[in-house]
Design a protein around this ligand. Structure first.
Ligand SMILES: O=C(O)/C=C(\CC(=O)C(=O)O)C(=O)O
Length: 296
């Protein structure tokens, strides 16, 4: 773990390895964040972690090393509902980034329009108690209704233990839904374990629920080579090839005690998407449809 003199934490490696796997041309890292820089974009007073700066320059250097062409920047909880750091990352990317915002439910339509002009294509509803103070489902549903006119989707982050209680809420969302990190299943029980089975039932409940097959580092307690993650997630990619997304999750918030090697995370891709066709859907066609539909 690396903490600076201000107590700010670094949860990412400065020396990611070169992956052995080479992503297809135009590959999209569809789940990553930017932190600050704090001098320009201060963190929220309600932030549950205080990270070191991880701005667009560092993100683009990583993307170059890993062989990706585009990023989807997801607003992280440390920036609350102030999306300026995310918008800045998109603005300096020459069209190679789009984003997902976190908004105050009282946000006005003009502000939503401005987010759209700034490259935002979805809103994130975060239900992790260790990250946010409250998650008002009724207000979130109103937001979901109001973003429909923009063609956006909703990104939802929750853990497997509340999947059941999330079902009525998810069923009421009128836009496509993307579930972060598969709703954080216990992958140690394999593809037919209770969490993976329940998650597949959720995917079967609507054909516009997508998911990010991300975060072996968070989900597989055994660590590299993430064998339980691979055996649990590969069948999911094969069963729902048009509804899966992949991302690094850089700069890996809250992973300071188990910082992953981004190169090794990329090397998981061909193990969960085992053919060139599946890899192209996962890394190019699917994220382009959701985030750059005008080019897809
Ligand atoms: O980056 C992620 O997807 C996961 C996070 C952080 C997060 O979501 C946030 O801060 O908004 C986590 O599990 O701590």
């Amino acid at each position: 773990m690396s903490t600076d003199e201000q107590g700010r934490i670094r949860s990412w490696t400065l020396t990611p390895s070169q992956p052995r796997y080479e992503p297809p041309a135009g590959a999209v890292d569809a789940h990553c964040h930017v932190f600050g820089p704090m001098a320009d974009f201060p963190f929220s007073a309600k932030a549950k972690y205080l990270p070191q700066d991880a701005g667009p320059d560092a993100l683009f250097a990583l993307r170059e090393r890993l062989g990706f062409a585009r990023n989807v920047i997801v607003q992280a909880s440390c920036h609350g509902t102030d999306n300026r750091a995310t918008l800045n990352g998109i603005a300096v990317s020459s069209g190679t980034c789009r984003g997902v915002a976190v908004v105050d439910p009282a946000i006005g339509d003009e502000e939503l329009d401005a987010l759209h002009a700034g490259g935002i294509r979805g809103v994130r509803f975060n239900f992790l108690k260790r990250l946010v103070d409250d998650a008002p489902k009724d207000k979130f549903l109103q937001v979901a209704q109001r973003i429909q006119r923009l063609g956006w989707h909703v990104v939802v982050y929750f853990e497997a233990d509340i999947l059941d209680e999330m079902k009525p809420f998810l069923a009421a969302i009128p836009t496509p839904i993307v579930i972060d990190h598969m709703g954080r299943p216990d992958v140690t029980h394999g593809p037919d374990g209770p969490d993976m089975t329940a998650f597949r039932a959720l995917l079967d409940s609507r054909d516009d629920i997508w998911t990010k097959v991300t975060c072996p580092d968070r989900l597989d307690p055994a660590g590299e080579p993430y064998a339980d993650f691979v055996r649990s997630v590969r069948p999911l990619v094969e069963a729902y090839p048009d509804r899966v997304l992949w991302g690094t999750d850089w700069p890996h918030p809250n992973m300071e005690t188990r910082i992953p090697d981004d190169g090794r995370l990329v090397d998981v891709i061909p193990q969960i998407a085992t053919t060139a066709a599946l890899q192209h859907k996962l890394l190019v066609a699917n994220p382009m449809r959701l985030y750059w539909p005008e080019e897809a």
